[in-house]
Design a protein around this ligand. Structure first.
Ligand code: 5RP
Length: 231
């Protein structure tokens, strides 16, 4: 089974959690896109959901495939969000934001009664942090914000390059008009403490640590999909 097939397996299994009539948050990234494709097939047979996309990219795919969409303002309380992740640990703490959609992803997940993560085995880790932590920042005062992040990380014994994400010749801009810093901390033994430090920095709009947001992850490997519950 190749990487794409594993993403499809995880996405297929997530469909079991989607019930007719649900208000559904729809994630961003290549795994979430497989979910959108499968969901669109079900919608075409008369299955009714109302989707709230976590990015413009996901919105475009949903519109193209006929998945009905609402804004989060129209549907501020959701039944379920299905989304991918860049890393998942045994307590279902996540790193997200590889696709640059972490702010809307977190807002949508927080508005959902439940978040189901879909990923392949390569995303499961013992300790978060091998994947560079995306941190969404306001462009104003970006150097001051980066220095504040370095100091906060250092208080927790963390260090590593923090680089501004690029796109083409310029910086990557999020759907909200912000920048992304990718922080190479290597290992984040205390994700809660780092999240609290980052939350306290005014220029940080949001960070890619999703803690206590997901109750269940569907992890696909060569043998098929398995369910991971928080340890
Ligand atoms: C986007 C995300 C994605 O869920 C994450 O990057 C995983 O993407 P993929 O399924 O393509 O590996 O957080 O901001």
């Amino acid at each position: 089974m190749d990487a794409r097939q594993m993403k499809i397996k995880a996405a297929e299994a997530a469909l079991d959690y989607v019930e007719d009539g649900m208000r559904l948050g729809i994630g961003t990234g290549s795994t979430a896109e497989e979910f959108v494709r499968l969901l669109a097939e079900k919608v075409a047979t008369g299955f009714r959901i109302q989707g709230v996309p976590t990015s413009e990219r996901t919105a475009r795919l949903c519109l193209e495939l006929g998945v009905p969409l609402k804004s989060l303002d129209e549907l501020p309380e959701l039944d379920l969000t299905v989304d991918g992740a860049d890393e998942v640990d045994r307590k279902l703490r996540l790193i997200k934001g590889g696709g640059g959609a972490l702010l809307r992803e977190k807002i949508v997940a927080a508005a959902s009664a439940r978040m189901v993560v879909i990923a392949d085995e390569s995303k499961v880790v013992d300790v978060l942090g091998a994947f560079k932590l995306p941190i969404e920042i306001n462009p104003f005062g970006q150097i001051a914000t980066r220095i504040a992040i370095e100091k906060a990380a250092s208080r927790l014994g963390l260090a590593g390059d923090i680089t501004i994400r690029a796109s083409g010749d310029g910086p990557f801009m999020t759907d909200g008009g912000h920048l992304i810093l990718d922080a190479s901390f290597g290992r984040i033994p205390d994700a809660e403490a780092l999240a609290a430090e980052l939350n306290a920095i005014p220029g940080v709009v949001e960070h890619g640590l999703f803690i206590g947001m997901s109750s269940l992850a569907i992890i696909a490997g060569p043998e098929g999909a398995r369910v991971l519950m928080a340890a």
